[in-house]
Design a protein around this ligand. Structure first.
Ligand code: MRU
Length: 327
């Protein structure tokens, strides 16, 4: 398996991320309803991978359709409603849907181009990011990261984890500290699995421990991905990112966001306008089907938070390094 998501000729092939690290199973998705379920349940997840899923989903829906535009519109509405926070999902859907008037073939070609563009974008971010690390952070670098921003969150390579892997390849990295990322453990399950395969030294930390680990001077860099970047530079990312940024600012440790230009949303002025996905309370009250909290307990489960631009040292995209404070 070398791609998180791809087109296999007549289906969307994804690695089912709910089964990792225990099992590497490829799912072949043949209709849009099945894709919507896979997105909602996080079988495929991570902002860039969701963009590609959205585009391929529209392409899947219009195959053999009599009314291509109507089918594309229906699929677009269904898929866009699955998860609200990552802008890449609706961006990818629109990239494909905008070709519907030219027929199903044009939609599929646009979606396939988006798959390849994602790989190129990630490669460019990894290189630009590793150069930034080399120039700005004293070696050996000790970096803390959150959630999963590796190849599993994209088609290949990754965003923040792509930069970390490239920096490691260049001999800059001593150790990675990876947060567990409650409630669904994208860190412990997915980032740990990827770091192991990349041969990068790492240890896990609980989400609760991470801010004080930063305050104690254990890391020289915090590097995360993003699900949506507002026009003013505020960043929505996995819940638990904001406390890392607060701790990093207090400890004067650089806090860096790595995300493609497609994650920037110029139509959203600030983070306050970003819709934060609220997921089911069972994800918090237990894990993997095992109830932990007593019967009758309830939970809040925001899946993302917003880090204000003034806490962000730099945003690295495939094209440039943005310093929100100076924009
Ligand atoms: O709920 P998820 O697992 O889709 O959330 C993923 C993240 O928050 C990532 O950090 C984000 O998508 C950016 S990295 C590609």
């Amino acid at each position: 398996v070398n791609r998180t998501i791809d087109w296999d000729g007549d289906a969307i092939a994804i690695i089912d991320q709910t089964l990792l690290p225990g099992e590497e199973r490829v799912l072949r998705i043949r209709d849009v309803e099945e894709l919507a379920e896979a997105i909602r349940s996080l079988r495929v997840r991570g902002a860039p991978a969701l963009g590609v899923a959205g585009a391929l989903g529209v392409a899947l829906a219009v195959r053999g359709a009599r009314h291509v535009q109507a089918e594309a519109d229906r699929a677009a509405a269904l898929l866009a409603a699955t998860r609200p926070t990552a802008i890449n999902l609706s961006w990818g859907i629109e990239q494909a849907r905008s070709h519907a008037s030219k027929g199903a073939g044009a939609v599929l070609r646009a979606a396939l181009e988006l798959v390849e563009a994602d790989v190129r974008t990630n490669r460019a971010m990894a290189e630009l990011g590793a150069e930034w690390v080399a120039e700005n952070i004293a070696t050996p670098v000790r970096v803390l990261t959150h959630c999963n921003t590796g190849a599993l969150a994209c088609v290949e390579i990754g965003t923040a984890l792509g930069v970390i892997a490239e920096s490691h390849r260049r001999g800059l990295i001593e150790e990675v500290l990876a947060t567990e990322t409650r409630p669904l453990l994208q860190g412990s399950r997915l980032t740990a699995w990827e770091l192991q395969r990349l041969g990068i030294p790492f240890r896990m930390v609980t989400d609760g421990a991470a801010p004080s680990v930063i305050a104690r001077g254990e890391v020289s860099l915090v590097m995360v991905g993003a699900d949506r970047i507002a026009a003013n530079g505020d960043v929505a990312n996995k819940i638990g990112t904001f406390p890392l940024a607060l701790a990093a600012a207090r400890a004067r440790v650089p806090f860096v966001v790595v995300a493609p230009e497609s994650t920037r949303d110029e139509s959203t002025g600030s983070g306050a306008e970003i819709r934060i996905e609220e997921r089911g309370e069972d994800e918090v009250l237990g894990y993997a089907g095992v109830r932990v909290a007593p019967d009758g307990a309830h939970a809040m489960n925001p899946a993302f938070d917003v880090t204000p631009a003034d806490l962000i040292t730099a945003i690295i995209t495939e094209d440039r390094v943005i310093v929100p404070r100076l924009e």
